[in-house]
Design a protein around this ligand. Structure first.
Ligand SMILES: [Zn+2]
Length: 53
């Protein structure tokens, strides 16, 4: 489970987000829950590349 600020895409784990009251410590944007399905897709694509290499 990850939280990210929309504008700059800084990504934090749940416990980091709660520690900062769901505000990005770097830029002050509010953090929003980010579904990790995109991350899984990225990982699959990386694995594919590794297979081909
Ligand atoms: Zn940020």
């Amino acid at each position: 489970m990850f939280f990210a600020c929309k504008d700059n895409g800084h990504r934090y784990k749940f416990d980091e987000a709660t520690e900062n009251n769901f505000a990005c410590p770097k830029c002050g944007e509010s953090l929003e829950y980010q579904d990790n399905s995109n991350i899984i897709i990225e990982l699959k694509q990386m694995m594919k590349k590794n297979d081909q290499a």
